[in-house]
Write a protein that binds this ligand. Structure first.
Ligand SMILES: Nc1ncnc2c1ncn2[C@@H]1O[C@H](COP(=O)(O)OP(=O)(O)OP(=O)(O)O)[C@@H](O)[C@H]1O
Ligand SMILES: [Mg+2]
Length: 320
């Protein structure tokens, strides 16, 4: 098992060691179709969707989701839906439970109560194979990157293609170069991940998340560490990829302005629940104090900057 940077997660960033049985899919035809569609900007896509049913307009349905780390309650009854084909932003202050929610969607964590249903299947009820099949259709860009530190950029992106498909090496090479071209880093194939800047590593992580043209791509803080130009390009890339592949995307971030530019719909998490939701236009026009403070990044309002902690004077042992 290769080493990863900042996390011990598996590529496509799912933590379980699922090495035992990895059925490969022959996606040769699917890949060439989807990649061409992306390059030519086509908006219709059917290849690669086979294993996800088209029964419902809703790809992800989360109902009354509760989760705690020990005594620390993080999610306290989340309800949300992600429609197929859309880009949905999940916003919230640092520590509000966004990454935790993604781990529950990916099946890395098990809910204390409630459920996450993806493509009609309750994630925590899936067996090992069911979960693996589900994850094959998900691409995940983790907040910590999770790149393999002992592999080149090229091999990092080729890894999921080699693991999950039977594509010949020549085609894998073309796909790797296309993904790197999309994130503006085609010249970095030979670099080791330790030779990348923070922003470059984020872009390589993104290229890897989309390597197999997944049906559902989940981006955890895709904009962290990017310079303003890269940030804009990556935001637009997420939108364009989603539309070109007919896929579904979740962007988890605290970068409100950038995510609202590309999302169709957004949920705002606060104190373990969805405190507000709406289209970007609805949220931008809202005068609800919480939404206003969050959307316009106001320093004062219902959202506190400090995490819950004992009184300051008491902590510093200053007597009155
Ligand atoms: N593995 C863990 N064990 C215990 N507590 C955890 C763990 N991971 C996260 N937490 C706690 O759960 C809460 C939510 O964390 P999470 O990482 O989901 O927040 P986030 O919204 O993604 O924050 P950020 O925007 O800073 O990435 C935090 O209070 C954090 O301390
Ligand atoms: Mg996070």
């Amino acid at each position: 098992m290769p080493r990863t940077e900042g996390s011990a997660l598996y590529p496509n960033q799912f933590s379980e060691n699922i090495a035992g049985s990895r059925p490969k899919v022959n996606i040769l035809a699917a890949k060439s179709v989807t990649t061409c569609q992306f390059i030519h900007g086509s908006s219709s896509h059917s290849a690669g969707k086979e294993s996800m049913s088209a029964e419902s307009e809703t790809l992800i349905e989360i109902k009354d989701l509760h989760f705690s780390y020990g005594d620390r309650k993080v999610l306290d009854g989340i309800n949300l839906q992600v429609p197929r084909g859309k880009v949905v932003a999940i916003l919230g202050a640092s520590g509000s439970g966004k990454s935790t929610l993604l781990r529950l969607i990916g099946g890395q964590l098990r809910p204390d109560q409630g459920s996450v249903r993806v493509d009609g299947k309750v994630i925590h009820e899936l067996d090992h194979k069911g979960l693996y099949d589900m994850r094959r259709n998900m691409g995940m860009m983790f907040q910590a990157g999770g790149l393999f530190s002992d592999m080149s950029v090229y091999d990092n992106i080729a890894f999921p293609l080699r693991e999950l498909t039977d594509l010949p090496e020549a085609l894998i090479r073309s796909l790797v170069l296309m993904k790197l071209q999309a994130v503006g880093l085609r010249g970095t194939t030979k670099l080791m991940t330790s030779e990348l800047s923070g922003g470059m590593a984020r872009r390589v992580a993104l290229a890897r998340a989309i390597a197999v043209d997944p049906m559902l791509t989940i981006y955890d803080e895709p904009f962290g560490g990017l310079d303003p130009i890269s940030l804009n390009v990556i935001a637009l890339l997420i939108r364009r990829l989603n539309d070109a592949l007919g896929a579904t995307s979740i962007i988890v971030t605290y970068d409100v302005s950038e995510s609202l530019k590309v999302a169709d719909y957004a949920y705002l998490l606060y104190k373990g629940v969805v405190e507000a939701e709406g289209t970007p236009a609805e949220l931008l026009a809202s005068d609800a104090p919480f939404v206003e403070q969050f959307i316009h990044a106001r320093p004062t309002g219902p959202v506190a900057f400090h995490m819950e902690s004992p009184p300051y004077r008491e902590d510093l042992r200053i007597s009155a």
